[in-house]
Write a protein that binds this ligand. Structure first.
Ligand SMILES: [Zn+2]
Length: 210
């Protein structure tokens, strides 16, 4: 019998201080050197369980459009990253919420953003197994034009899958600043950087003899 791929999490203990700068020698592709890491290595999993906030019933036009954009953006990354969609948030490591991120205070005033990704690290139990996992919450605003919505979802999903930093090239999905045309598909640099992240050893997954 096949094991349940995304059992619910229990006994969750959050770990402090998730992101830190990389201290890396040698070659790394794309914008890999600009990415932040964690005390347990780059926060990547071989397979992600992902939950998307359901469209309310009765459905409204905005929620349906939001969901469509998120699904499309996700499908672009799924060519590279194995994802299992789940219908309960406690089964997921990545949760996507239909919500405008709260404005953030900066040196020059208040800054609004279309999306936000928050990474936490946790030790938890799934199906009786003690594990260490990255837990990611994405806030994606529904109050955007269709293309901006899709580009935002693509960008935030890139963070969730392990790209915790930004590219300085506006043609990349993980660009700090979007160019004139929203990026709706990961670039070769995005893909090379993510595939490097996914091949680096880390200490996420089952906790064994520590
Ligand atoms: Zn970003």
């Amino acid at each position: 019998m096949q094991a349940e791929p995304c059992p619910p999490a229990a006994e969750i203990r959050l770990l402090k201080q998730p992101l830190q700068a990389q201290s890396r020698e040698g070659e790394a592709p794309g914008y890999a050197k600009r990415l932040a890491t964690t005390a347990f290595g780059l926060p990547s999993l071989p397979r992600w369980c992902l939950w998307i906030e359901p469209v309310p019933d009765p459905a409204d036009r905005w929620s349906v459009r939001w969901r469509r954009a998120v699904d499309t953006a996700l499908s672009r990354w799924r060519q590279q990253v194995p994802v299992v969609l789940v219908d309960q948030p406690e089964r997921a490591q990545i949760r996507i919420l239909r919500q405008r991120p709260p404005r953030r205070r900066t040196d020059t005033g208040w800054r609004a953003s279309n999306g936000r990704s928050v990474l936490r690290l946790a030790e938890l139990n799934r199906a009786g197994q003690r594990r260490r996992e990255p837990l990611v919450e994405l806030l994606i605003s529904p109050e955007l034009r269709a293309q901006a919505l899709e580009a935002t979802a693509l960008h935030e999903l890139g963070h969730a899958f392990g790209l915790w930093g930004h590219s300085d090239d506006s043609l990349d999905a993980l660009a700090v600043h979007q160019g004139a045309d929203p990026v709706l598909t990961p670039s070769d640099r995005d893909r090379q950087t993510l595939s490097w992240v996914r091949t680096q050893p880390n200490r996420f997954g089952p906790i064994t003899g520590q």
